[in-house]
Design a protein around this ligand. Sequence first.
Ligand code: B12
Length: 222
Amino acid sequence: MSTPAIDTKDDLIYKQFLDALIKGDRNQCSRVSNALLERQASVQDIYEDLIRKAMYDIGELWEQGKISVATEHMASAIAEALINEFYVKVIAGQKINQTVVVGCVENEYHQIGIKMVADIFELNGWNAHFLGANTPTREFVQFVEEIQPDMVALSLSLYFNLPYLEKMLQAIREEFPELFVLVGGQAFRHGGKEVLNAYRNISYQPDLKSVELFIKKINNHG
Ligand code: B12
């Protein structure tokens, strides 16, 4: 029988991780996440059950005034550093000659979620070009023109940035009427999915598990 995957939802491990993140103890965060990985947790589980959960808790602590903006910035920097640590593992698999351009729309500075999404594409054989936060629409479209990807993926965390997403979708549709667009991010927790109905070849996915299922379907059926 194979060893069961380590429980990334283990409260004690999670608390150790969150405490270290708040204290700015990057070493300890790295130790906890790497220990989980060695004990057979997947990169996806660590991203979602450990790092995402901790960043959501950081958001609540900040909202309640229990931690400062500076601490929140420090935690974000550590979260991104941890994701970078996994890169060697993320790119280790075989490539399948499929390319995706991923990024945040204009005025959107939350880039940790879409960075994770980029890695899920890489883990499934794709080449992901990660453009990061606040990408100007014109620059994004120009980059797509140069790269000619098989798909683009856009992230939106703030509901009030919805007009920028629409601006981006319109610009993409004008230049690339058939290009497939994947959309996600926590802005859609508050509605806004109806905006997507106006476009063809578009899909919303809420989390990494559903992103991975979506990619696997494409990999299997083209
Ligand atoms: C870190 C952080 C920041 C950092 C971001 C740094 C960085 N490098 O990314 C900084 C300091 C820039 C920031 C700024 C602000 N922030 Co902020 N921030 C956060 C925080 C604490 C964590 C964000 C995060 O990394 N989450 C973890 C990731 C992994 O989760 P995720 O983004 O949801 O991604 C997952 C899914 O949504 C999905 N997904 C994401 N993108 C995509 C894309 C595709 C294609 C797909 C398929 C899936 C997908 O997959 C991911 C994995 O499951 C959140 C709290 C929270 N609840 O997230 C607040 C939060 C998002 N911020 C908030 C606010 C208000 C702001 C500011 C307006 C604050 C201010 N007054 O200046 C500014 C806005 C800046 C801007 N214009 O974008 C609010 C938003 C409230 C709302 N209802 O809209 C939150 C929720 C905090 C709160 N509790 O109030 N923030």
